[in-house]
Design a protein around this ligand. Structure first.
Ligand SMILES: NC(=O)C1=CN([C@@H]2O[C@H](COP(=O)(O)OP(=O)(O)OC[C@H]3O[C@@H](n4cnc5c(N)ncnc54)[C@H](O)[C@@H]3O)[C@@H](O)[C@H]2O)C=CC1
Ligand SMILES: O=C(CO)COP(=O)(O)O
Length: 331
């Protein structure tokens, strides 16, 4: 069934998700806060040009006007960076109808409380069905319709199934889950671990180091998840080990490239400027550090990433500390 969607956030991921929905025949309004960027998209559509190299579907309407984007819309897809998530939900509050439903593609934690993003949805848009879409999915590959599998998690199984049907197409296969916490957490923490593996590769360490960091990173992600009430098996799925492998091993990842730059001795500011896009892992490293401390969960790799990005430690010193930790049983 064709429906109307508002996609809020016209960066690479919001644009890719809007393309998926529009190609599936849904009427999609893509809203972005950057008026100049949106004017370019509107003009491209009017002139029947392409959107970031992709044919502009008839069903996709870009706009910088939130009133127009939200007019008569029930299903909202929020894809702004995590630092803007709370403010964006507040702005949406006055538009969302009583039966409105929210899905987000943002991967990160709440910048203020360090909590998961569903807590913000519960606070700002209470009593609306909500879901997160996460998993190994570089925006460009999704826009190119290269086969991609993701997870849509919601405590409302009917909503997850409905959203999975809306996004399902030639290039995107969504699975469903009821483990909202586990799926959200995997998407947030993998960014910190991608910075870690990037740092190691930037230092010129080998394939053994990378595989060790990914595996032990998965162990600490799982520990934190269980402390937060997630299900262990979620971390063996697409939003856990799947996204971890993708982001830690492929240079399309901005978080991995950020780590690579730090490992090679580039400053944080220069690395961010060179990447020129959202690097969630920087902020999330601080939030995971605080969360792990609060819950008394041992997360040595994330902790060392935090120490490096906070400027307390060099990358090579952080690696030395990890290797010298007290020996312990693997499981
Ligand atoms: N690019 C990707 O492959 C994927 C990204 N994500 C997640 O999606 C989220 C968005 O990332 P991208 O689209 O890739 O980032 P991006 O860097 O491509 O775009 C970010 C967009 O957010 C907008 N923005 C910045 N500050 C804002 C604010 N205060 N209010 C509203 N909009 C604001 C910018 O104008 C820009 O359009 C992140 O949490 C990221 O981790 C998730 C899966 C894949
Ligand atoms: O989340 C992503 C792929 O699943 C994108 O990762 P980066 O933000 O590191 O580019």
């Amino acid at each position: 069934m064709q429906r109307r969607f508002a996609v809020i956030g016209a960066g690479s991921w919001g644009t890719a998700l809007a393309l998926v929905l529009a190609r599936n025949g849904h009427a999609v309004r893509l809203w972005g806060h950057d008026a100049r960027h949106m004017a370019g998209l509107i003009q491209a559509r009017e002139n029947c040009r392409h959107l970031a190299g992709f044919r502009f579907p008839e069903t996709l309407t870009p706009t910088a006007d939130l009133d127009a984007a939200m007019d008569d819309v029930r299903d909202v897809v929020v894809v702004v960076p995590s630092h803007a998530f709370a403010a964006q939900l507040q702005a949406l509050g006055r538009y969302l109808p009583r039966d409105g439903r929210i899905l987000w593609g943002t991967k990160g934690l709440d910048a203020d409380s360090g909590g998961l993003l569903h807590g913000l949805v519960e606070r700002h848009l209470p009593d609306h069905p909500m879901a997160v879409l996460s998993g190994p999915s570089f925006a460009r590959e999704v826009a190119e319709e290269l086969p991609t599998a993701v997870t849509i998690a919601s405590r409302d199984a009917a909503f997850a199934a409905d959203m999975a049907a809306a996004f399902h197409g030639a290039g995107l296969r969504p699975y469903t889950s009821n483990d909202l916490v586990g799926v959200e957490l995997g998407g947030a923490v993998k960014n910190v671990l991608a910075v870690a593996t990037g740092i190691a590769d930037g230092l010129g360490l080998g394939a053994n180091t990378r595989a060790g960091l990914i595996t032990r990173g998965l162990a600490e992600l799982t520990r934190l998840g269980i402390a937060l009430g997630a299900e262990r098996q979620t971390f063996m799925g697409l939003s856990g080990v799947g996204d971890l492998i993708l982001t830690c091993t492929d240079d399309q990842s901005r978080n991995r490239r950020f780590g690579l730059a730090l490992g090679r001795g580039t400053t944080i500011e220069q690395a961010l400027t060179d990447i020129g896009q959202t690097v969630e892992g920087l902020r999330t490293a601080r939030e995971v550090h605080a969360l792990a401390e609060r819950l008394q969960v041992e997360m040595p790799i994330c902790e060392q990433v935090y120490q490096v990005v906070a400027g307390h430690r060099t990358a090579s010193k952080a690696l030395q500390i990890l290797m010298a930790r007290t020996r312990k049983s693997e499981f």
